[in-house]
Design a protein around this ligand. Structure first.
Ligand code: XMP
Length: 555
């Protein structure tokens, strides 16, 4: 028996599927995300109080995956989101058609009073769902007594190219978008609901409240899931997965791999755990020294530090394309690691452990349902050698369901230093994706120095309103070296120096990002300090692009 209530999320490859899980976990309810077409055994359904069908980049009438029909024969409440709603409708006899123009962004939702009143009489689950709406002030009780047939309730966030032209039998339209399309659908008798919008996206007004109404009021889940519980269950899972075999984890010095290392050392005998740190020459300033100190503190027995700067820079010579650079680095990581595995005489069936987060997996097209579209190849996901290990079932990714801030929370529980846990993310390919064009020793040294000046200033300066350091306020900051030089003045002479760009963003999880609004005094002083300290830099720019449309890293 499962002692914990859970919400099962069927993933059809939507870019925001993991966000659904995260929003629900924020309410203290445990969630599990599985591929949308997984056959649902009794074991999978044990403890499941509700099922959510996610969005998808596909159309229901094209290549979209189909869920196990069992979901329609059980009493478990269902909530379909976007594709999930269209899936339920199509499976049960409704009709979905393409829209003439994709609907994207904020759209006002009108609730239909007549259907709400009807549902409230005949469907207990719908009654609970809608009373969750009034309880959470999405709309007020007085609306029920309104004279109008419908009333505007909230602004939802839409992203869909298809719509419902016919509802399946038994379903009624409870909410309609200002553009006239069905937006909130309920079944007349069963605990089945559908939303054409994305409540998981932070731009959706009352999105978390809508999810909470489903999870807490309809499904009746107990709010007892915490990171402490996650930490309790993970060591046993790791021991079971590893089954006594050696594990090898590549450490980068970042939060994710360090938290993963700490988890391994907590769960398994230190002799079983091999930690390997490859100094690629593409690291931040002082990184190798810091990593060594931290890992020794964990009581690590097998720590392998490899100095491979020359090898990486030689492989990157004459390569300018971002994807090529990422692949070269990814493959070199693996071949160095395989060389080391031979040297260490690890058995062939050793496990490769990675600190990959859910965001890394989903952005590399490796979303749980494997239906998400590729955005860019993260070195630790896309390499063919890693794929071979993955196909052999020899990859363990203990943080694969977590977002960055959840990995940080786990790190704090594992008593990792705040300076490490609060560290800004750093990509696996390191400075190579922040040096646009060809990567050289000289450029690495210039960027490392400029980046260190930038980051030290962010740690030193405070926002007088919040009293936090700028480093704490910013989710990720770094410098980028452009393959461009510009003219300037140094003393009485002409200077022809490199152009550096500073990037600083705020974000919840790296999936979307906003530009950090610097105080002009801070940023101009930082610019002056950089050009004074690093003579090769002639000009400093500030990147003011949000994600989307830009990504956080430049390559
Ligand atoms: P993008 O540039 O895709 O970055 O908007 C989102 C977040 O992921 C980090 N990032 C990586 N992390 N390996 C990693 O471990 C990678 O190859 C990689 N590429 C980007 C990036 O720094 C940001 O936090």
């Amino acid at each position: 028996m499962n002692e914990q209530d859970k919400i099962l999320i069927l993933d059809f490859g939507g870019q925001t599927t993991a966000l659904i899980g995260r929003r629900i976990r924020e309410t203290g309810v445990y969630t599990e995300i599985i591929p949308g077409d997984t056959p649902l055994s009794d074991k999978i359904l044990d403890g499941v109080k509700g099922i959510i069908l996610s969005g998808s980049p596909e159309s229901v009438y094209a290549a979209g995956a189909i869920p196990d029909k069992r979901i329609y024969n059980s009493e478990i409440p269902l909530l379909g989101i976007c594709y999930g709603l269209q899936r339920i409708m199509t499976d049960l006899g409704g009709k979905v058609v393409p829209l003439p123009k994709m609907e994207y962004g904020g759209v006002e939702i009108f609730m239909n009073l007549k259907t709400i009143k009807r549902l409230s009489k005949f469907n207990k689950a719908a009654q609970r769902f809608l009373s969750g709406f009034t309880k959470r002030k999405i709309f007020e009780l007085r609306h029920f007594f309104s004279e109008q047939s419908k009333f505007p309730a909230f602004t939802a966030w839409m992203s869909h190219g298809d719509t419902l032209s016919e509802l399946a039998p038994g379903f009624i339209e409870t909410g309609t978008s200002a553009t006239g399309f069905p937006a909130l659908i309920c079944h007349e008798e069963k605990p089945w609901f559908g939303l054409q919008f994305h409540p998981e996206v932070s731009h959706c007004e009352f999105g978390s409240s809508i999810l909470a109404s489903f999870v807490l009021d309809v499904c009746g889940c107990a709010q007892n899931w915490t990171m402490e519980k996650y930490l309790e269950k993970i060591p046993a899972q790791l021991r079971k997965q590893a089954n006594g075999k050696p594990l090898l984890l590549l450490i980068s010095g970042g939060v994710d791999s360090t938290v993963t290392a700490a988890l391994l050392l907590k769960a398994l005998p230190p002799e079983q755990v091999h930690l390997m740190y490859i100094d690629t020459g593409l690291m931040r300033s002082g990184e190798t020294e810091e990593v060594t100190t931290i890992l020794n503190r964990f009581g690590v027995k097998n720590l392998h530090i490899l100095h491979c700067e020359n090898e990486f820079l030689a492989a990157l010579k004459n390569h300018e394309s971002p994807e090529e650079k990422r692949k070269i680095i990814g493959d070199l990581f693996i071949s160095i690691q395989e060389r080391e595995v031979d040297r260490l005489k690890l058995p062939e069936d050793y496990f490769l452990v990675q600190g990959t987060l859910y965001t890394d997996l989903i952005e590399s097209g490796k979303g749980i349902g494997k239906k998400a579209h590729l955005i860019k190849s993260h070195h630790n996901v896309g390499s063919p050698l890693v794929e071979a290990k993955r196909a052999a079932g020899k990859i363990i990714e203990p943080l694969g369901e977590l977002y960055k801030d959840e990995a940080r929370a786990l790190g704090r529980l594992l008593s990792l230093d705040e300076s490490l846990v609060g560290r800004h993310p750093f990509p696996g390919p390191g400075l190579a994706v922040r040096i646009l064009g060809e990567v050289t020793h000289e450029k690495c040294a210039i960027l490392r120095e400029a980046d260190a000046v930038f980051i030290n200033e962010l740690k030193r300066r405070r926002n007088p309103v919040t009293n936090k350091t700028l480093y704490e306020e910013i989710w990720q900051a770094f410098a980028v070296l452009l393959p461009v030089r510009s003219v300037g003045i140094a003393g009485d002479g002409r200077k022809y120096g490199w152009v550096l760009t500073l990037r600083a963003i705020t974000s919840a999880d790296g999936m979307t990002a906003d530009v950090y609004p610097f105080n002009i005094k801070d940023i101009t002083e930082i610019s002056t300090l950089i050009t004074n300290t690093v003579p090769q830099i002639g000009r400093v720019c500030l990147d003011i692009s949000s994600k989307p449309p830009a990504t956080i890293e430049w390559e």
